[in-house]
Design a protein around this ligand. Structure first.
Ligand code: GLV
Ligand code: MN
Ligand code: MN
Length: 418
């Protein structure tokens, strides 16, 4: 393929269409405050996938799912046997999520496929769009579930048995979705990929603050998730003396306070979040018998992640009082370093397109980390207003989204002709 053909594909990326697709997609799970609540495997999630499949089947692209419910959309290449170049992200959102986290990567991938078809260009390799199942990890833990099972870093059987707060398992929720959504094919995990490139909003304030349109992602910081379950005993709030109480919530609060102090980092690089606290029986006048909280702990340095993270269990034990405590690590993901060739390809594309760009590390985690050990992988970021994300106010401009899709188009089409 010549440079002028690549330019033709980039020129066929349509800002208006890409923006309209975001607005259409945001209708599935739309919240009154302008955000999106579309957690994995909910009816809204199935509707969003149905909508995507409507768009892609109209263009003649074929679809496939795997045993964990990842969705692949294929535009064929001249060499049917060649491993595809894969690009995409996720259509699921946080319960109080926005219109762009995940959706942008899927819709930018669709824009690349459509731009290729509009330009009448055949690539050597097939190009596939992917919508990874349950990237967010809000309804079902952990995060980046579909890509982790695909990469065989999470066992399928364990994941299928994972339940949400209402006791609905992934297995049951997947079966329900499969009843609503038909794909052309089913396939197994681990099929070869020539490369993986994911576009995403930055979810942080750096690009906007520095006036850059494109983030060339070099690394993703590492992450460890824990679940801490504190078991005490129900007792009457009015009659039970202190010595007879096993107050799971009081113990959990002490643990959380101590952990926050322990994890305090003057340089503000370490990220420590307790984002979920479930108390039972959760009535005003019963001493809580059970408190469950989650820990999301991140750092770019594998050593810090290991050493500080390894203190979590001992801190929880030390503050359990008369209660029992069980600490379970639900996900461990080492810092990811992306492929230097993909990093420079994205940088070259931004330069050709005269877009201001900078290299950066991702604070958020992404499915690309699961793919990085399997094939050359990389990510492209675009700015979001105020760096706000995992929030209904999440916002990005049509021009920035289109710029990201154009850089993605150049990178993916170049890779698909190698
Ligand atoms: C992804 O949403 C993350 O938690 O970084
Ligand atoms: Mn995301
Ligand atoms: Mn997210």
């Amino acid at each position: 393929m010549t440079d002028s053909e690549v330019a033709k594909v980039v020129g066929a990326v349509r800002e208006d269409r890409l923006w309209q697709r975001h607005m259409d997609m945001a209708a599935f799970g739309a919240t009154p405050r302008g955000g999106v609540n579309r957690e994995a495997l909910t009816p809204e999630f199935a509707q969003a996938r149905q909508c995507l499949l409507g768009w892609t089947s109209e263009r003649g692209f074929t679809s496939a799912t795997d045993p964990i419910g990842n969705l692949f959309i294929r535009r064929p290449g001249a060499d049917g046997a060649a491993a595809p170049v894969v690009t995409g992200s996720h259509l699921d959102t946080q319960p109080a999520g926005g219109k762009f986290d995940g959706a942008f990567g899927v819709l930018a991938a669709l824009e690349v496929l459509e731009a290729l078809s509009d330009a009448g260009i055949e690539t050597k390799r097939p190009i596939e769009l992917v919508d990874w199942m349950n990237e967010e990890g809000g309804r079902f833990q952990p995060t980046t579930m579909g890509s982790s099972v695909f990469a065989e870093t999470l066992p399928l059987a364990t994941v299928l048995a994972t339940a949400d707060r209402e006791g609905v398992t992934i297995e049951a929720a997947l079966a329900e979705m499969r009843g609503q959504i038909k794909t052309d094919e089913t396939r197994e995990f681990g099929f070869p990929m020539a490369a993986y490139v994911e576009a995403h909003i930055e979810q942080g304030p750096v690009l906007e603050a520095t006036g850059n349109t494109i983030g060339i992602v070099t690394d993703i910081q590492g992450l460890r998730w824990f679940q801490v379950e504190v078991m005490g005993e129900e007792a009457h709030a009015g009659t039970t003396p202190r010595a007879n109480r096993k107050d799971a919530l009081a113990a959990a609060v002490e643990m959380i306070e101590t952990l926050h102090r322990f994890m305090y980092d003057e340089s503000d690089i370490l990220r420590f979040t307790v984002g979920r606290l479930d108390v039972s029986p959760n009535t005003p006048n019963t001493v809580p018998a059970r408190a469950l909280f989650t820990i999301d702990f991140r750092h770019p340095d594998a050593g810090v992640l290991r050493e500080a993270g390894d203190h979590i269990e001992e801190i929880c034990d030390a503050h359990s009082g008369d209660c029992d405590v069980e600490v379970t690590e639900t996900i461990t993901s080492a810092p990811t370093i992306f492929d230097p060739a993909i990093i420079s390809l994205i940088g070259d594309a931004a330069r050709h397109q005269k877009l201001p760009a900078m290299e950066m590390i991702s604070g958020a985690t992404h499915d690309a980390k699961s793919l990085a050990p399997l094939c050359p992988s990389g990510m492209i970021f675009v700015p979001c207003a105020g760096g706000i994300s995992h929030n209904e106010a999440e916002s990005a401009t049509p021009a920035d989204l289109a710029a990201g899709a154009k850089v993605l188009a150049e990178a993916v089409v170049s890779l698909a002709n190698r």
